[in-house]
Design a protein around this ligand. Structure first.
Ligand SMILES: [Mg+2]
Length: 184
């Protein structure tokens, strides 16, 4: 598979609150891997808020739920400290496969039972597709302006990749990436 194709998510939604989780269940998804920064909370918030906590804990009744982040331990540990029954993988080095594999092992699931949810094509989606995880959902960043310098570079790269996808896989582009690209 060409690298450009690997940044194409299964779907794009506005936020973690807009995902059809029942549909995922019916598809056979057993585990949800959530990115932390700008997927659940913005960079400048330290702890996951009550609304997000409620959603994640409700989901943990039907799914195995994991937070998977490239951030350091302190950030991830503090952010998830209120969550019950929800573990995390910190310093996941996405888009490397390492963190995803760790999560799969930790939750004792198969690749085709996992759905990865994240705001970055170049880390979350690319990494998940490289790991051959079945379902990948791109969300709109919670707060775009707080992006880190590294993330800003990823966003530039992302734009280049999106243009390649538009050219090489126009159908896929129209289906899942067009509305995201136009929202940037
Ligand atoms: Mg993120």
């Amino acid at each position: 598979m060409k690298i450009y194709k690997k940044i194409i998510p299964s779907q794009y939604v506005l936020s973690i609150f807009d995902i059809d989780y029942d549909k995922l269940l019916k598809q056979g998804i057993k585990a949800l891997f959530f990115d932390l920064d700008n997927t659940i909370i913005p960079y400048d918030i330290n702890v996951i808020g009550p609304k997000e906590q409620e959603l994640l804990e409700k989901l943990s009744e039907n799914f195995k739920v994991l937070v998977i982040s490239n951030s350091r331990k302190k950030r991830v540990k503090t952010a998830t400290s209120n969550l019950k029954n929800i573990g995390y993988v910190k310093f996941a080095k996405k888009p490397l496969k390492f963190g995803f594999k760790k999560g799969i092992k930790l939750l004792n699931v198969k690749k085709d039972q996992v759905c990865v949810i994240g705001d970055q094509l170049m880390t979350d989606i690319l990494g998940a597709n490289r790991t051959k995880i079945k379902e990948t959902i791109l969300v709109k960043p919670v707060k775009q302006r707080t992006d880190h310098i590294l993330t800003r570079n990823n966003r530039k790269l992302e734009n280049i990749f999106i243009r390649k996808v538009a050219k090489k896989y126009p159908e896929k582009y129209n289906e899942v990436l067009k509305s995201y690209a136009e929202s940037k």
